[in-house]
Design a binder for this molecule. Structure first.
Ligand code: ADP
Ligand code: MG
Length: 382
């Protein structure tokens, strides 16, 4: 029996960033042609795909070209309008589907979905009108105001200590629909990546432990050093319930907080591969992007195996802003170092330019080499 979308077909991805680029690499390796929709002529994925359709995501002409060129279509970011996915899905294989993306792109719907799945999330209130500011539970302070949509890497967020600061921050955000979340005492953060096929089969990667700096992922470690087997099971089951009850098809990442008392709280989710899963390219026999291809083309899903311990360091634009290139020669001399650069022509502070994965048989060795790499690059120790 052949696959629903066999090799030789063209797979499309909406969005031309690094996630699209790594999807394209995985798809091409499996014998697919690829097309990327992104207006930027220098987009990381557009530059490596067979076809680059350079229009905005809502451009009817661009979407018509995607439909014409591609047998199956996925997305690399969750802010693609659900209607666009729905229109494509009427004629083509599309994963993830519009319903799943609609929930993941909106913090209010996302939190309601966690609650439906019996997965705790941070105490919060929805703020859509000035009146909402007067009726808040004081226990939500100190809190974090987050726009309901379009936030990423800590953008669209403001810490607020009281109602006055909240009112100012909300005005600053243009009175957009927001969520006020209680600031929780985090012991550490983890995420779980699952893949779900069209017939409901589920596979997962082991939970990874994530360190954020300034709201941006800085370091991912796996196996997660502070996660007990029981906590890992709990997080994986929660992520699987969340994916299944969304009817999600594709890859899904759920970010969790682990609180000082050991309890697990869902933070947010992404209906696609995630920055915290980039290590899977080098440390697993099947990466999160391979899994995205499999779920899209209807291939069997096989439990991925972590064959190496890994520590991933995000490489932000700040690294290029000093004098000259980062010291690649010294970094690449470290055993198990795998450098991934996304081909972005312009470095900016906080911009994700690439990542470095250090793999080893033993976690302690991967960690020691990652600390050496961080020192060479001038990154803070962890
Ligand atoms: P983004 O969409 O930018 O990733 P997140 O909601 O994941 O936004 O927040 C980014 C980071 O900020 C989190 O990974 C965590 O470190 C911190 N953070 C967010 N919400 C809370 C909270 N309620 N309590 C404590 N820390 C938080
Ligand atoms: Mg996040």
């Amino acid at each position: 029996m052949t696959l629903a979308v066999p090799p030789g077909a063209t797979l499309g991805v909406l969005g031309g960033g690094q996630l699209g680029r790594m999807f394209v690499h995985a798809a091409q390796r499996m014998g697919y042609f690829t097309a990327v929709l992104d207006p930027d002529p220098d987009s990381p994925a557009g530059r490596v795909a067979h076809h680059h359709i350079r229009t905005a995501y809502l451009d009817d002409h661009g979407l018509a070209q995607v439909m014409q060129q591609c047998e199956a279509i996925t997305t690399e970011f969750e802010n693609v309008p659900a209607e666009a996915l729905r229109a494509l899905a009427a004629r083509r294989v599309v994963a993830p589907g519009a319903d799943s993306v609609r929930v993941c792109q909106d913090r209010v719907l996302e939190k309601a979905h966690f609650a439906r799945c019996d997965v705790p999330c941070a105490p919060h209130a929805v703020i859509t009108a000035r009146n909402d500011l007067g009726t808040l539970d004081p226990a939500l302070f100190p809190g974090i105001l987050k726009t309901s949509r379009l936030g990423y890497d800590g953008k669209g967020q403001a810490p607020v200590r009281d109602v006055a600061e909240l009112a100012a921050a909300w005005a600053e955000m243009g009175e957009l629909a927001c969520v006020l979340e209680k600031r929780l005492p985090l012991a550490f953060e983890i995420s779980v990546i699952v893949g779900r096929g069209a017939s409901g089969e589920l596979v997962h990667f082991p939970p990874q432990q994530n360190l954020h700096r300034d709201g941006i992922l800085a370091v991912t470690q796996v196996p997660a050093p502070q996660v007990s087997p029981a906590l890992a099971r709990q997080a994986v089951h929660a992520a699987e319930r969340i994916a299944a009850s969304l009817g999600h098809v594709g890859v899904l990442c759920v970010e969790f907080f682990v609180l000082d008392d050991g309890s697990l709280v869902a933070n947010e989710m992404a209906p696609r591969p995630h920055n915290s899963g980039h290590y899977t390219i080098d440390a697993c026999d099947e990466s999160q992007f391979d899994l995205q291809v499999r779920t899209l083309v209807g291939a069997p899903l096989v439990a991925p195996r972590l064959h190496s311990a890994a520590v991933m360091l995000n490489l932000l634009g700040d690294l290029w802003l000093g004098s000259g290139d980062p010291p690649w020669e010294a970094v690449l001399a470290l055993p198990g170092a795998r450098l991934h650069l996304y081909g972005k022509p312009q470095a900016r502070p906080g911009r994700k330019m690439g990542h470095l994965t250090l793999t080893a048989e033993r976690f302690d060795d991967a960690l020691a080499r990652a600390l050496e790499a961080a020192a060479l690059l001038g990154l803070a120790a962890f």
